[in-house]
Ligand binder design. Structure first.
Ligand code: 5GP
Ligand code: ZN
Length: 118
């Protein structure tokens, strides 16, 4: 699986504030910002501040992992979609992962048919 060091990681640069993003919420450990290429009316990315290439790697830290999911819940409530949203996590380019900094997609505002995939 390809890895990026924090220096060339686009999400590390967003976390650091070196790249602009439409930030909707944050905690000490995680940030949430709108996807630049939304696949649904609500499409927010929740990412840990600490660089790990995948959510699986992040799972070594239960504090970071828990914080990401707490922030997902906060974003869903803020966006008014706590009762109807979908989380997507892709691991590896074979599954469509393009940014190798752990993240959860939070999607809502679309009819989730059985065929609907990110
Ligand atoms: P992945 O395909 O790795 O699961 O998701 C990466 C997501 O990051 C994609 O949906 C893509 O649109 C989004 N993305 C890539 N670069 C940027 C950026 O510079 N800013 C924002 N806000 N989103 C980005
Ligand atoms: Zn990173």
């Amino acid at each position: 699986m390809s890895q990026q060091t924090p220096d060339d990681c686009i999400f590390c640069r967003i976390v650091a504030g070196d790249l602009p993003s439409d930030r909707v919420a944050e905690t000490e450990r995680s940030i949430a910002f709108r996807d630049i290429n939304p696949a649904a009316p609500v499409h927010v990315l929740v990412v840990p501040r600490r660089h790990e290439p995948t959510m699986g790697a992040l799972a070594a830290s239960s504090d970071d992992l828990t914080d990401v999911f707490r922030l997902v819940q906060q974003v869903a409530e803020q966006e008014g979609v706590a009762d109807a949203h979908r989380m997507v996590v892709s691991t590896g380019s074979g599954a469509g992962q393009t940014v190798f900094h752990a993240h959860v997609h939070v999607l809502a505002g679309v009819h989730f048919s059985e065929e609907w995939l990110l």
